[in-house]
Design a protein around this ligand. Structure first.
Ligand code: AMP
Length: 418
């Protein structure tokens, strides 16, 4: 019987896992240096958690099922709602701001294609308990630094859902219409906006995109809309701090993120070489979600990298991954020496990546195997050498070999491996 893997999922062979782990460690070490702490929420949640505010698109694509107790459950489609639930359950008493990161699989029932999977990984941060532009700037800056740490070329677009929402509130448009407008912006169906709002000011605002003078133009379009104009000021503070750090970006006031919980600054990052699915990061401010889940008013901001796309981009852009190396291969020449060979290997494994022949092969075959592994050294364990407390150390690149006392082996290898 042949059973295939589910559509939109992937197996990751060792080489790929090595590359993924390398990228993950690079990003993670940066998150840690910015003092974010790792958390993990359940893979499975009550589907209600995401139905409330994650938006129409996420709702349509959720993996939903009924458990044996009749509850409607789902596989987590994104992490922000889970983090807010967790904040209310167990993080609310921590010192503010609470800075956390996660790295875990998400599930969306989408049409699989390159860069779009049904099981995919996100790495992201959430900063809860600060409503300031300093927090927005830190989070956006950290996203940029993560891309730089991986040597990825990217572009950054920054928008502000609050400008649009406040304008619509100033115009007395209700939440349902507001959500629809943002949905059409996210799905890039701007032509449908005319039917929903039919107002020139909104249409003018969402077309504003570029690097220079955009905020000034927005300011004049929004003349008379007090709340919306104030939010332009907030956005200007955020980008001011980014300017001071030398961050390059485009402002896009028509950016609507698929997730409905955003209330303020939103941003997206794209990379070259990935075709249509080139958005590697999305994030923004969501000041009402914690309260919606029963917590105290807690402003928050965060982002998520689409980790699979980050990996694809690294390959497309020719980023070189470090190779996984085997330092030493231990070659027992006969059954009789196996116990001693195993002891030698076990001692070497305290310091070096060490393999040992497990197929009882002849020495010539073990050396071939060592070459295939890219082993730097082979330690040949034979009974004659053992009787003198020695082994033979073979340097696989030069072919030179010499006798070494077993008690000196670690020191000798440390010196030669550098
Ligand atoms: P979102 O949670 O929708 O804001 O997505 C954040 C990031 O996750 C996006 O920028 C993508 O890089 C990535 N992403 C979203 N959906 C998928 C998917 N189906 N497959 C792979 N990556 C995805």
């Amino acid at each position: 019987m042949k059973v295939t893997k589910p559509r939109g999922t992937r197996d990751f062979p060792p080489k790929e896992m090595h590359e993924r782990n390398h990228a993950k460690e690079m990003i993670e070490s940066l998150f840690i240096r910015y003092n974010y702490h790792e958390i993990l929420s359940p893979t499975m949640e009550h589907s209600q958690l995401f139905r409330v505010k994650s938006g129409e698109e996420i709702g349509e694509h959720m993996y939903v099922f009924q458990d044996k107790g009749g509850r409607e459950m789902c596989l987590r489609p994104e992490a922000t709602a889970s983090v807010c639930r967790m904040f209310v359950d167990s993080l609310r008493d921590l010192k503010k701001p609470v800075k956390v990161y996660y790295s875990c699989p998400m599930f969306r029932y989408e049409r699989p294609q390159k860069g779009r999977y049904r099981e995919f990984w996100q790495m992201g941060v959430e900063l809860l308990g600060s409503g300031g532009w300093e927090a927005d700037s830190e989070v956006i800056y950290l996203a940029c630094k993560s891309m730089e740490a991986l040597s990825l070329e990217f572009t950054l677009e920054i928008g502000h859902i609050g400008v649009l929402r406040n304008l619509m509130t100033d115009m007395d448009l209700d939440d349902r219409i507001q959500d629809k407008v943002i949905y059409y912006l996210d799905t890039e169906e701007e032509d449908k906006l005319v039917d929903v709002v039919g107002d020139e000011t909104i249409l003018e605002l969402v077309k504003l995109k570029g690097s220079d003078g955009i905020l000034e133009k927005a300011g004049s379009i929004l003349e008379g809309y007090v709340r919306a104009q104030k939010t332009i000021g907030e956005l200007s503070d955020v980008v001011g701090l980014l300017d001071a750090q030398g961050v390059k970006y485009t402002i896009n006031l028509g950016m609507g993120r698929g997730l409905e919980y955003y209330t303020g600054v939103v941003f997206e990052m794209r990379v070259k070489g990935l075709g249509a699915e080139n958005q590697v990061c999305g994030g923004g401010r969501y000041d009402e979600l914690v309260e919606l889940f029963g917590g105290p008013p807690t402003p928050a901001v965060g982002f998520a990298f689409g980790f699979d796309r980050v990996l694809d981009a690294m390959k497309e852009q020719g980023v070189v991954f470090p190779e996984r190396k085997v330092d030493v291969l231990v070659a027992p020449v006969s059954r009789e020496v196996w116990a001693d060979a195993f002891k030698v290997a076990s001692r070497l494994r305290e310091n070096f990546v060490t393999d040992i022949d497990l197929l009882n092969r002849k020495l010539g075959k073990i050396l071939d195997y060592g070459n295939g592994l890219g082993a730097r050294f082979v330690v040949i364990v034979g009974s004659e050498e053992l009787s003198r407390g020695e082994v033979t150390l073979k340097d696989m690149s030069s072919g030179d070999q010499s006798r070494v006392e077993i008690k000196e082996l670690v020191r000798e290898l440390s010196e030669r491996l550098g």
